[in-house]
Design a protein around this ligand. Structure first.
Ligand code: UD1
Ligand code: CA
Length: 484
């Protein structure tokens, strides 16, 4: 959640703080053709999570995303957050990434460095690193943690003075360079730092590629600063989960489920009932009102918002939908970019496609598909129907098996059904067509012209009744069978 008090504290301070987010890497270990930082957890790209957290501490115009691998795609996906971009054309390591920021950061006193692949970082922690860094007058402050499994992370070698372990850091040692004794160190580098900008860039060119990956490691700057007598400090994260990085698909899934677990807990705490929450998939941006009940195996995705006192039954999946209060969504509905008014009843097995607007108290039943369609207040389409490009008024009854024929193979046309209309079952409405207020359409009609208000529209061949025809037919068929 944005923490505006932090932002005020920051902007009122005389020091100029920027945030740089390392996001240029390829993410080799994900084995993906997509850039790592665009992989999603909680329905949002990794980099999006990091920017969200940073934006609560500094304004987006002071956030610099360092992009490189598939820079164009990353930029397009992230542009809406309003951050700045710095390009690292060749990815030669985290130190090399920061070298590209020299110009962009020239006007700042301090920079907080975040990693595009450490997505659970919280605004409070970023603010804490900043405040600790300033209070200690440090050249570099490193956020550290002790995760359950430190393997793969750089380890923190703290300075020991008079037999006491201090807050100062001697150096950061990467996994592959650990000596056997160092391998038991549990405190890891989170990849999140604060730097005094001037002191960083005075020495950044001293980094070299003398390591197993042949890369410029930003982590090596700790020992360089320390040797020059500058203070390099460590500050521990409150929870180790917050600084977990995503390097593999397994870590991606772990962090995704961590985030979703947090989300359902947050919703339950705020008054939403969720049965078997571990089976539900609820994206980070979703909101749900109090006393709404969510059954097992429901997915609420994207920017979906649900009002109070609703019931969402098992198997329903909704993306970017807006539901009012007291809405019932029965089993197995698939809904996207749809808006649903108070007291409406949907499902089971309704399919609401984009731009569906279901009015207050309206009913949409099983195997009904809607697209770009407004169904007015109290109207009903309960069975086996397709409503596309339709504007349907209030109190309308759409009979079972009604189809709007909205497409001629090239163009789409509109069907307008005014208030109080009754459409009989198995009707086809060939658009463009308008059914006037209060009109009736007889069952099984094919309506190709507008109907005036209060009229009856009916296309139906005359009914033929032949008495005893069926028994005579059966006799004839039987005698044929005996002969053969
Ligand atoms: C890094 C740290 C390690 C720390 C870990 C925490 C280094 C050398 N090591 O290791 O100490 O414990 O993070 O998660 O920094 N990136 C670029 N340009 C590059 C290379 C990487 O922008 O040329 C970006 C990546 O996109 C990524 C971030 O920097 O977002 C970290 O890079 P990554 O290769 O994942 O570093 P780790 O091996 O995890
Ligand atoms: Ca990483």
């Amino acid at each position: 959640m944005p923490n505006h008090s932090d932002q005020t504290a920051f902007t009122s301070a005389a020091t100029r703080f920027a945030v740089a987010i390392l996001a240029a890497g390829k993410g080799t270990r994900l084995k993906s053709k997509h850039p790592k930082v665009l992989h999603e957890i909680g329905g949002r790209p990794l980099l999006g999570h990091v920017i969200r957290a940073a934006s609560a501490v500094v304004e987006p115009k002071h956030i610099f995303c360092i992009i490189g691998h598939e820079a164009g795609r990353v930029r397009t996906a992230i542009e809406a957050y309003g951050t700045q971009f710095v390009e690292q054309t060749e990815q030669r390591g985290t130190g090399h990434a920061m070298m590209q920021c020299r110009q962009a950061l020239a006007g700042y006193d301090h920079v907080i460095v975040l990693s595009g692949d450490v997505p659970l970082i919280q605004p409070e922690t970023i603010a804490r690193v900043r405040d600790f860094h300033l209070a200690q007058n440090a050249a570099m402050t490193i956020l550290t943690a002790e995760p359950r499994d430190p393997f793969g992370y750089g380890r923190i070698l703290r300075r020991v003075r008079n037999g006491h372990i201090t807050d100062e850091v001697e150096s950061i040692v990467e996994q592959k360079q650990l000596t056997p004794e160092q391998a038991s160190i549990g405190e890891v580098n989170s990849g999140i730092y604060a730097f005094d900008v001037k002191k960083l860039f005075q020495r950044i060119d001293l980094l070299n590629t003398d390591n197993p990956h042949g890369e410029f490691y930003l982590t090596d700057i700790a020992a360089i600063l320390q040797r020059d007598g500058e203070s390099v400090m460590a500050v521990r994260a409150k929870s180790p989960e917050e600084v977990l990085g995503v390097n593999t698909r397994i870590e991606l899934a772990l962090l995704d489920s961590y985030l979703r677990d947090q989300k359902t807990r947050e919703l339950m705490t705020s008054g939403v009932t969720i049965f078997r929450p571990e089976t539900c998939v609820i994206d980070s941006d979703v909101t749900v009102g109090t006393d709404t009940v969510i059954e097992p195996f429901v997915q609420l995705l994207g920017s979906t918002s649900i009002g109070s006192d609703c019931r969402i039954r098992s198997g329903t999946v909704m993306t970017n939908c807006r539901l009012g209060d007291n809405v019932t969504v029965k089993h197995g509905c698939i809904m996207e970019d749809a808006e649903v008014g108070n007291l409406a009843v949907l499902g089971p097995y309704s399919h609401l496609r984009p731009a569906s607007q279901i009015g207050e108290g309206a009913h949409v039943g099983n195997f009904v598909e809607t697209k770009k369609t407004r169904l007015g207040k109290g109207s009903k389409a309960n069975h086996l129907t397709y409503l596309g490009d339709a504007e349907i008024g209030e109190g309308v009854n759409i009979g079972a098996g009604t189809i709007t024929c909205n497409y001629d193979g090239i163009n789409k046309f509109k069907t307008i059904i005014d208030d109080g209309v009754f459409i009989g079952s198995d009707t086809t409405l060939v658009a463009p067509v308008r059914i006037g207020k209060g009109a009736y359409v007889g069952a099984s009609s094919c309506i190709t012209q507008d109907l005036p208000d209060d009229s009856l529209g009916l296309t139906r061949p005359p009914l033929v009744i032949k008495e005893n025809w069926a028994s005579a037919k059966r006799e004839k068929l039987k005698s044929k069978k005996q002969k053969s």
